[in-house]
Design a protein. Structure first.
Length: 227
């Protein structure tokens, strides 16, 4: 029991520390961003960030929540669970982004005071990035690789900060710089993680297994979206 509790405390501390540290850094950088961004630009970027988080919860259909349950079920093959979940998320998020892309202008008109289709296009690309990034980080949790989770999260945050500062402060890209800084570095991180985990991943899913995953995951969506 003591070994189990020690394991739980160690991994829990790593996950919590990564989240806290990334948020502390983000808050510390607020004065810098607000100095170089107008309230309208900063607000537009934040609205897009919030919208993508919400839509990502919808397009993943609870699969990330389901993989955390099915990976440990005695009658399921963990490798097949991971492979099918990755394939499902890849195709759902890709399809969602492709469907939304032609509607970038009306989406920006609905969300922002002034239409900004370019911001909407970047955010739609970010939908795919965020969804896949969340899943690939979840693999570290499944494997209890707390250190890898912590290091990956912090390196991604630091890279995002560096690129964002260059774009916002150096290149005066405004809201576009905030979105590009976040999603471009996120895309690079996703590609690296896919390369590292490729032997566990697949673009083909088991239809019967995917249906079981969706039956478990879909009911979790309303609670997550409400948050």
């Amino acid at each position: 029991m003591s070994g189990y509790l020690r394991r739980l405390a160690t991994t829990g501390a790593a996950y919590t520390a990564a989240s806290i540290l990334s948020k502390v850094i983000a808050v510390a950088l607020l004065p810098l961003y607000t100095r170089y961004l107008s309230p309208a630009d900063y607000g537009a970027a934040e609205v897009m960030f919030a919208a993508i988080v919400s839509v990502s919860i919808i397009v993943r259909f609870g699969l990330i929540e389901a993989v955390l349950r099915f990976y440990y079920k005695e009658d399921e093959d963990p490798e097949r669970v991971v492979a099918s979940t990755f394939a499902g998320l890849f195709w759902f998020s890709t399809l969602g982004a492709l469907i939304a892309l032609p509607f970038a202008t009306p989406i920006s008109e609905a969300l922002l005071d002034r239409p900004a289709p370019e911001l909407a296009r970047i955010a739609i690309g970010g939908l795919w990035v965020l969804t896949m990034f969340e899943f690939l980080l979840t693999l570290f949790r499944l494997e209890e690789r707390a250190r890898a989770f912590f290091v990956t999260t912090i390196l991604n945050v630091l890279a995002t900060i560096g690129v964002t500062i260059v774009l916002v402060v150096g290149a005066d890209e405004g809201a576009r710089g905030l979105l590009l800084g976040s999603y471009a570095t996120g895309a690079a991180t996703v590609l690296v993680l896919v390369a590292l985990q490729w032997r566990h991943l697949s673009l083909r899913f088991d239809p019967a297994l995917l249906r079981r995953l969706l039956r478990f995951g879909l009911p979790t969506m309303p609670a997550e979206v409400s948050l």
